[in-house]
Design a protein around this ligand. Structure first.
Ligand SMILES: *[C@@H]1O[C@H](CO)[C@@H](O)[C@H](O)[C@H]1NC(C)=O
Ligand SMILES: *[C@@H]1O[C@H](CO)[C@@H](O)[C@H](O)[C@H]1NC(C)=O
Ligand SMILES: *[C@@H]1O[C@H](CO)[C@@H](O)[C@H](O)[C@H]1NC(C)=O
Length: 659
């Protein structure tokens, strides 16, 4: 069937015959960099967090998972035609962060079926698959069988609720296979970082232990291998990935290693050595990562070489492998470009069908329901937290004081500490929908408090939580020394902030903490770090007649600054503190005591900070979990939404009449 006939056939049974979601904004053209193909070519998704319908408000990322299915089919066909191989990998955090996953009860009514439509060769879990027990159950009972034989759980076990038995999350700890076209031997692993915040129906084995296991040592020494493929839900610059790399390298001095990282939500490539490259492919289905590997010595090549060596003197060392990488913006124009298709020839029957299924799911979940209209854009990281256009500034100055009030204690001065990682996305001017609710505030954050905390202690909490590195390390040591190490076990301060913090090297992080100034929220750097994300660019290039560049990712990684497939105008990007603080209802004089209010997610950190703030004062109270009470019954998102419904309701009328 020709492509056109295929489209006609689909149109006959489906009203929706075009790619991407019906309400998504169309992509804008950009100058493009092509993909470089090699013997092995790998497409990588990570941290999609339920965004399988695409970014309906952002032109650069408006393609959906159905379009990715079509794209992969074209790329697979090209690989077959050229006699090379294409693999697809996904490194976890497929859940939480978008209404398509979060708005149903139970969650993921549509997303598990959507996701499985893509043929993925190697897939592993992320931490978000493990926070809630029911999510981990679904991972074990739905995702693992959906990707049977492809799901790898190198260091993750599941605890069966009926028997209490600890079993591997998936049957395979590793996967050894041959690629279909070239019969290249791959040995693949699927890791998760040393995560400790999981519900108690799973067990994460620290990677240092896993690499000592007999099966791992067998896999890296006994299996025939031309290329190791390590996928992991772990930042490309986090220590755990290096541990795995070093364990493989120790026994295989020259073997090529392709690593695929996630968790940190950034585009990045880390060159471990000439024969080992790690790729991190962003977040929220904004990016499809591409890595190609060339110069592999396959069995045939080796045989041919051996035959030759009988007659020829070996002159040079084996050529090193070459790697290339590209970060593909998830929009139709780019997908057409890389697959050599156009609007007519691009969509496949399966892809269109899936696009339609996603649209039906979004509609059934009421994701377009409007609760109010934002009067302007509020940015998560495009502005410093002190800027009036920052979402955190709006929260601190306006929303938290108004929305977080317990009527019975409204007369008490209160200190509200909120971790920045609880917010996940920008608020765009215009309709704030059910979908926006889950996109901006996806987590079940409960609002707890300790009543009547001496202000001289409470005032230090936010400052302590924001100063990574030296202060917090000594804090942990000090708390442990007091025999209160129940709070410090497995503490990773970065859990409070946004995942991008995991992109930093540890030295940078420590020096950022050491430099942090002493007041308020200023623990994080206030200068833009690197640019990312997208909005239409404003500067038109009238002189040259070129279309203006669209603002978006301008990535710099170990291989240079030519990784992004589309050439963008850079965007500012600010790092965030772990937490922000709102002081509410303070009298003229400094209060004696305050209600110290915080999200349940950070309570162990808050207890540690209080213990530290109490210092060596022998009279200081040792706060423990039994001091913590519920401040408000609902989840934070409910109160945020009430505030939006009340305060942004009239704005929709205003915007409708002015446009
Ligand atoms: C992983 O966890 C183990 C056990 O807690 C610890 O010893 C190790 O240092 C951790 N590794 C990294 C890279 O954080
Ligand atoms: C798409 O490509 C096909 C085949 O190359 C061509 O026949 C068709 O005219 C193109 N359609 C558009 C809209 O460019
Ligand atoms: C189309 O989607 C439905 C689910 O909506 C599925 O049952 C069916 O197999 C799909 N057909 C194709 C050709 O992918």
């Amino acid at each position: 069937m020709t492509a056109a006939a295929l489209i006609a056939a689909v149109a006959a049974f489906a009203p929706l015959a075009s790619a991407m979601q019906p309400n998504a904004v169309p992509p804008l053209p950009a100058p493009m960099r092509p993909l470089q193909w090699g013997q092995i070519n790998i497409l990588h998704t990570t941290d999609t967090h339920g965004w399988h319908g695409g970014h309906l408000q952002e032109s650069q990322y408006s393609a959906d998972w159905g379009d990715y299915v079509s794209f992969a089919d074209h790329m697979r066909r090209r690989a077959d035609d050229d006699g090379v191989d294409l693999l697809l990998v996904d490194t976890g955090d497929r859940v939480e962060g978008n209404g398509l996953y979060d708005a149903s009860t139970p969650k993921g009514e549509y997303t598990y079926d959507i996701f499985r439509q893509q043929d993925i060769d190697i897939i592993c879990p992320g931490n978000h698959e493990l926070y809630q027990a029911d999510t981990a159950d679904r991972e074990h009972h739905i995702t693992v069988p959906n990707f049977a034989g492809h799901y790898i759980a190198s260091n993750l076990d599941y605890i069966e609720p009926e028997t209490g038995k600890q079993v591997p999350m998936a049957k395979d700890r590793y996967r050894a296979f041959q690629t279909p076209n070239q019969k290249i031997n791959i040995v693949a692993f699927g890791f998760i970082f040393n995560f400790t915040g999981n519900a108690d129906n799973s067990y994460v084995q620290p990677v240092q232990q896993t690499v000592q296991e007999g099966w791992f040592q067998y896999a890296i020494t006994k299996e025939p291998v031309d290329l190791f493929v390590v996928i992991g839900h772990v930042g490309a610059r986090m220590g755990e990935l290096r541990v795995i790399y070093e364990a493989i390298r120790a026994k295989n001095p020259d073997a090529p290693i392709a690593l695929f990282a996630g968790h940190a939500h950034v585009r990045d490539a880390v060159q471990f050595d000439d024969n080992a490259l790690a790729l991190a492919s962003g977040r929220y289905f904004e990016t499809i990562g591409w890595m190609s590997v060339d110069g592999l010595e396959t069995k045939e090549a080796k045989k041919a070489k051996e035959a030759k060596e009988v007659t020829e003197v070996k002159t040079a060392a084996a050529p090193t492998v070459s790697f290339s990488r590209r970060y593909i913006d998830t929009n139709l124009l780019g997908l057409y470009y890389h697959s050599g298709t156009n609007a007519t020839t691009f969509p496949t029957e399966k892809g269109l069908n899936l696009t339609e299924f996603i649209a039906a799911g979004r509609s059934n979940l009421g994701l377009e329901t409007v609760f109010g209209c934002a009067p302007q854009n509020y940015w998560l990281q495009r502005r410093s937290i002190e800027d009036p256009d920052s979402l955190f500034s709006l929260l601190k100055k306006t929303i938290l004081p108004a929305a977080i009030v317990n009527k019975d204690r409204a007369d008490k001065p209160r200190v509200i500490v909120m971790n920045t990682g609880s917010m996940r996305f920008d608020v765009y001017r215009g309709a704030f929908t059910r979908d926006s609710t889950y996109i901006v505030s996806p987590f079940i954050s409960l609002i707890n408090y300790i009543p009547d905390v001496p202000y001289k202690l409470a005032r230090q909490v936010n400052y302590l939580l924001n100063n990574n590195g030296p202060i917090l390390s000594s804090l942990a040591a000090e708390v442990a020394a007091k025999g209160m190490d129940d709070y410090t076990r497995g503490v990773d301060w970065r859990e409070m902030g946004v995942p991008e913090q995991y992109a930093m090297k540890e030295e940078e992080e420590n020096s950022a903490g050491a430099k942090g100034s002493i007041k308020g929220d200023s623990g994080a750097s206030q200068k833009p770090l690197f640019s990312r994300r997208s909005a239409p660019g404003s500067d038109s290039d009238a002189e040259t007649g070129r279309p203006p560049l669209v603002a978006g990712y301008t990535t710099r990684d170990d291989l240079g600054d030519d990784g992004d497939d589309a050439i963008h105008e850079p965007l500012p990007h600010f790092s965030l503190p772990n937490c922000i603080e709102a002081d509410v209802g303070f009298p003229e004089e400094e209060p004696e005591t305050v209600d110290l209010i915080f999200f349940d997610f950070i309570q162990r950190f808050v207890l540690m900070a209080l213990a530290f703030a109490g210092g060596n004062d022998p009279g200081a109270k040792h706060y423990s979990e039994s001091d913590i009470q519920t401040y408000l019954e609902g989840k934070f998102t409910d109160y945020l939404l009430d505030w939006i419904k009340t305060n942004w309701k009239d704005e929709c009328q205003k915007q409708a009449s002015s446009s």
